[in-house]
Design a protein around this ligand. Structure first.
Ligand code: HMG
Length: 391
């Protein structure tokens, strides 16, 4: 029998970038039939970070409304999950801690395992809350996805941050035990320290993801998880939204069901609205799927939702959550729609200029152009130090 942990997600907020590149612009530039993007991979646009935006400013923008609503008195741990880290030693979470004015009596750490790390952060947070139910943990997932220009991966870029407040007696979703786990050493997608853009074997990555779906589900059911029929919906990691459909089809086949497009739409159809316009936000993606589901679905109070978190390389986890009755009063639907709608569209030349940007490594003073209009900005790299500003 699945066991309710009486702890879980108390708040969920996401932020995305200043700019957006519609896939129509990319298709016009590279001569691709737009149907390949809109239908073939299920993407309509992708968020593009401004010159004065990074995972820290996005993470702070996602978390600020959570702190504004709940205060920081109970938060003693901040977990920052990312695979687009800006420093090999210092956690990006320490900058966010400073920008949000959190108390000094806080532990802050950065976690990495490709797109999976936020789920590790969530599970570690539940352990801390179990140890002391008075404490809350702020889990931030923030990423900017970048592939080589003109590569097949280019159309699957994106960026966003999610902030989740994890605690006892949660307002949105209780997380359950067991989880189904899967790890396999595969080179489907990786980014060596000396590269800005990820390397990827696209078809291998899709195969590796599907193997992880079957692997986590096997472990989940062996440990007494819910049968497939008991789930109201499934939130998958969505590098592109068609992947959620591929993954669910694979899960149905693994469980001995025929492929049924309507059944797939019922399971994942309300989870893709944010990811199809934001693009791949790596660690944040599966929780953007949850935000879309909660913001759009009819009342899910008391229902089970399945989560498949996948991180290339690879580590994956399948787990279940129970939506808390009354959760709709605590949603941020208006703010989420505004985060997506406020982005300013780029033309192709402006997108490519941003794509090509990187800071010189000479230790000089490198101010950034003021492009953002949000609450936080990366003002400069000065003497190898990142300088952030709060508006
Ligand atoms: P590609 O070679 O550009 O595209 O690669 P394709 O030829 O495979 O076509 C894609 C789909 O579009 C196909 O559908 C085509 O049939 C269809 P499918 O067979 O897959 O159902 N298509 C069309 N449909 C309608 N009208 C048309 C048309 N033309 C073609 N005219 C690929 C696509 C996703 C592989 C590439 O963009 C890529 O390499 N992306 C990056 C890797 C990636 O996202 N992998 C996903 C799994 S791994 C993962 O999720 C982890 C990750 O998030 C990283 C992490 O964990 O940190 C990436």
């Amino acid at each position: 029998m699945p066991r309710d942990l009486a702890a879980g997600m108390h708040d969920l907020s996401f932020a995305t970038t200043e700019f957006v590149l519609p896939h129509t612009v990319l298709a016009e530039h590279n001569g691709t039939d737009i149907a390949k993007y809109h239908v073939g991979i299920g993407q309509r646009s992708m968020s593009v970070a401004a010159a004065d935006e990074d995972i820290v400013t996005l993470g702070a923008a996602a978390a600020a409304p959570v702190i504004a609503r709940h205060g920081a008195d109970r938060i003693r741990t901040v977990v920052f999950a990312t695979e687009s880290s800006v420093d090999q030693a210092k956690s990006a979470g320490v900058y966010v801690h400073s920008l949000l004015g959190l108390p000094t009596a806080t532990r802050v750490v950065e976690l990495k395992q490709a797109c999976y790390a936020a789920t590790a952060g969530l599970q570690f947070a539940l352990g801390l809350v179990h140890r002391d139910p008075a404490q809350q943990v702020l889990v931030i997932a923030s990423d900017i996805s970048k592939y080589e220009a003109d590569s097949p991966g280019e159309a699957t870029q994106g960026a966003a941050a999610v902030a989740m407040l994890i605690g006892s007696d949660p307002a949105l979703m209780r997380v359950e035990e067991p989880s189904g786990l899967f790890t396999a050493d595969v080179m489907d997608f990786w980014r060596p320290n000396y590269r800005d853009a990820a390397l990827v074997d696209g078809q291998e990555s899709v195969t590796a993801y599907l193997q992880a779906v079957a692997g986590t589900w096997k472990d989940y059911t062996e440990r007494g998880g819910h049968p497939l029929e008991e789930f109201a919906a499934f939130c998958y990691h969505q590098p592109f939204t068609k992947m959620a459909r591929k993954a669910h089809r694979h899960l149905l086949n693994t469980c001995g069901y025929d492929t049924d497009e309507e059944r797939i739409t019922r399971a994942v159809g309300q989870t893709t609205a944010y990811n199809e316009v934001v693009g791949n936000s790596y660690t944040a993606s599966v929780y953007l799927a949850l935000a879309a589901l909660l913001d759009q679905a009819d009342d899910l109070g008391g229902r089970s939702v399945g989560f498949l978190s996948y991180g290339s390389g690879s580590v994956a986890e399948f787990f279940a959550g129970t939506v808390v009755p009354g959760y709709r009063e605590h949603l941020r639907t208006g703010a989420h729609r505004e985060a997506v709608d406020r982005r300013r569209p780029l033309d192709h030349a402006a997108y490519r200029a941003l794509h090509a940007r990187s800071f010189p490594a000479d230790g000089g003073d490198h101010p950034t152009p003021e492009q953002t209009t949000g609450p936080f900005r990366l003002a400069a790299l000065r003497g190898h130090k990142r300088v952030y500003e709060r508006r």
